[in-house]
Ligand binder design. Structure first.
Ligand code: ATR
Length: 273
């Protein structure tokens, strides 16, 4: 019997997850199907329960349902608890377990695919919304020298830094307070790029040899990546690697098998993602 999985989102038509998981299944010989399900904005829980009733074994959750998924589950993994959001559901034994593989996906992409160490480096995280919160715990667990969270609304950066302070050296600030500081890794977790906007960043943020990481992905440089290029960042990356790595981590949670990410990432890049 083929085991059924899916991704819930709204909108969902653009999702690359069915393509990614189909490739993982072919590669590993796992007998699964994976579809994209458009959940109504006011009907996420009902969509999940219908999928469980139809025999679904697990699911991914994307925008805008990750916080609702966190509320819905009967149990959360430690990393989902910290992230305040759930992107991976496991159905079984009359319970729904909620996990979050986004942070692990980002870390794997930076450390393995981009070959950029995080230990003892200075990391700047731009943004203090759901995307930033989802990756802050795993970033601190990589034991950087410092994690600075900077946000347009400084109070949200301070609150997020306070939440994660027990895990390591993290501080919050406004964008203007970044003047005079430089970092080895700068991650854009704001949604500014969605509106083709650039957060008001001071010059000089990129240390020699630094990585600029845009959590969104697309064919064109976002304003953030264009800024980073002009400011001398040594390495630029978009979030496609994170997308594939978080999917691989979910696949491993469901199937106990870790797919090889490199050929799937190459396939997506070649197909113009
Ligand atoms: P997400 O789940 O994508 O993180 P969110 O929780 O709405 O979405 O958070 C959006 C983040 O992008 C916030 O940090 C927001 O800054 P504020 O907290 O000040 O609102 C940030 N953001 C959105 N548009 C921005 C822009 N044009 N410039 C700078 N930051 C922006």
């Amino acid at each position: 019997m083929t085991d059924r999985y899916c991704v819930f989102g709204n909108p969902i038509g653009h999702s690359k997850s069915p393509l990614i998981h189909a490739a993982f299944a072919r590669q590993t010989g796992e007998d699964i199907s994976y579809s994209a399900i458009l959940a109504p904005l006011d009907g996420f829980a009902a969509s999940v329960h219908a999928f469980v009733a139809a025999g679904g074994r697990g699911a991914n959750v994307t925008v805008p349902f990750k916080e609702q998924a966190w509320q819905l589950v009967s149990r959360r993994t430690a990393r989902a608890e910290l992230a305040g959001a759930v992107n991976t559901l496991v159905f079984g034994n009359a319970e729904i377990v909620g996990d979050n593989t986004d942070g692990a996906g980002l870390l794997l992409d930076i450390a393995l695919n981009l070959r950029c160490p995080l230990l003892a480096r200075r990391i700047l995280l731009l943004g203090a919304g759901g995307a930033a919160r989802g990756v802050s715990g795993p970033l601190l667990e990589a034991r950087p020298a410092a994690l600075v969270i900077a946000n347009r609304t400084a109070a949200r950066a301070h609150a997020l830094a306070g939440h994660f302070a027990p895990l390591g050296a993290v501080t919050g600030c406004s964008f203007s307070e970044l003047a005079g500081q430089s970092f080895d890794i700068v991650i854009n977790a704001t949604s500014a790029s969605l509106g083709d906007a650039l957060p008001p960043l001071p010059p000089g943020l990129f240390a020699a040899g630094s990585l600029a990481y845009e959590m969104m992905y697309g064919r064109e440089d976002t304003p953030f990546l264009a800024f980073a290029r002009a400011q001398g960042a040594a390495q630029l990356a978009d979030g496609l690697g994170m997308l594939v790595e978080q999917a691989a981590e979910a696949f491993h949670v469901w199937r106990g098998v870790r797919p090889d990410v490199a050929p799937v990432l190459a396939m997506l890049r070649n197909s113009g993602a």
